[in-house]
Design a protein around this ligand. Structure first.
Ligand code: TRP
Length: 371
């Protein structure tokens, strides 16, 4: 088994989330925090209860401020180098829940510069993905009045003066250590962390405010912010708070993360119902036994069965999920039957998403930040 590696540009080996908490110096989201969130939001999102959003930095500070009547804003983003899949969807559906429950602004960064620098793709290809991905982000249903898109190359005039202030305080050595870079990496990629740092405080500069920032992200993005949180403070801004999500696994096994390349391993937001059925039936790793007879006798393994694990994201009813797990582990439910339940859930989500996506084009200009 490969050594565990988790950074924005490399996720390898078996991810041990407890070890990540120690290595990154982040904190587990515990019962006490869950209770606090529930009290404020009026409910608790299944992803919090189920440990999908599992860790944080300074989340208490956001809740303290909110309870005192202060607003905060949300910041998250997308690297546009391919189609949007269910891994993105799950994170952003949680971000939408936060926006709705706390009634706050969301600043959404499209890092077309990052993907151009890191991927073997042309500038035009990246621009095309930026456009396509915007349609999916809009289709998530974010409130157009409270959501602002920042596109790194388009808002460069606003971002660059701030990015150089950040860049001046980060050394090449710390970038090398955080991302495993050496002398062969291009110089743009070394600078890039500065661009991802700017939205932590840019909204305050633009709106002449002083609000806290909360960043929901998949845990592989943490190294950027570990490098820049202190820098932000040195520049006179508040350190951001962060909520970290585990990776949604590929279809082919419970380890690793979904990616937009390798089409059989992930479900895309634009897949039609038939494709979803085919992909899941063909590729979803099964925790079932070799034969039906054996499965009925010995039961299946929930922990390695991808359909069972994915249902954590899409079956929001705790009782139903518990029942499925119980029956599957006793052998009363077969792998094919669990897959069928999953396919139905996902296809409802996708049908809805695709309808909203069709109407998204005309909203793009409303979402893009204008000053
Ligand atoms: N770098 C991220 C990606 O490749 C995109 C991103 C930019 C982001 N800013 C962010 C993700 C803030 C989470 C939070 O997908």
């Amino acid at each position: 088994m490969a050594e565990m590696k988790v950074n924005p540009y490399d996720v390898e080996g078996e991810v041990d989330y407890d070890r990540l908490i120690t290595e990154f110096g982040i904190k587990k989201i515990d019962e006490k925090l869950l209770k606090r969130i529930e009290k404020i939001a009026g409910e608790i999102h299944p992803y919090l209860k189920r440990g999908i959003f599992f860790a944080h930095r300074d989340l208490e500070k956001i809740l303290d401020a909110y309870e005192k009547g202060e607003k905060f804003f949300l910041y998250t983003g997308d690297g546009p180098s391919g189609p949007i899949h269910l891994g993105h969807y799950s994170i952003w559906s949680f971000v939408k829940w936060l926006q709705d429950k706390f009634n706050v602004e969301l600043w959404f960064q499209f890092t077309d510069d990052e993907k151009f620098l890191y991927k073997n793709m042309t500038y035009d290809e990246i621009q095309n993905w930026t456009h396509e991905n915007m349609l999916d982000v809009i289709a998530m249903g974010f409130d157009v009045k409270k959501t602002r898109f920042l596109v790194d190359t388009k808002h460069a005039g606003l971002m660059y003066p701030e990015a150089i202030k950040v860049a001046k305080k980060i050394t090449f050595n710390s970038i090398k250590a955080a991302f495993g870079f050496d002398g062969s990496n291009n110089i743009g990629s070394i600078f890039y962390t500065a661009m991802q740092t700017v939205p932590i405080f840019l909204p305050n500069i633009l709106n002449n405010k002083n609000e806290r920032c909360l960043i929901p992200l998949a845990v592989d993005q943490e190294p950027h912010f570990r490098l820049s949180r202190d820098v932000v403070e040195k520049l006179g801004h508040m350190k951001p708070s962060i909520m970290h999500a585990k990776f949604m696994s590929p279809l082919t096994g419970v380890q690793g993360k979904q990616s937009s390349s390798g089409s059989g391993k992930s479900i895309l937001m634009t897949d039609d119902a038939k494709t979803v059925k085919k992909k899941i039936n063909k590729h979803a790793f099964s925790g079932g036994k070799e034969t039906t007879e054996e499965h009925r006798k010995l039961g299946g393994n929930i922990e390695v069965d991808v359909a069972c694990q994915w249902l954590k994201y899409f079956e929001h009813d705790d009782d139903k999920l518990a029942e499925i797990y119980d029956k599957y582990s006793k052998g009363e439910l077969l792998s094919g039957e669990v897959k069928k339940l999953l396919i139905e859930k996902i296809n409802i989500i996708l049908e809805d998403h695709q309808k909203r996506r069709e109407d998204a084009e005309k909203l793009i200009s409303k979402f893009i930040y204008k000053n």
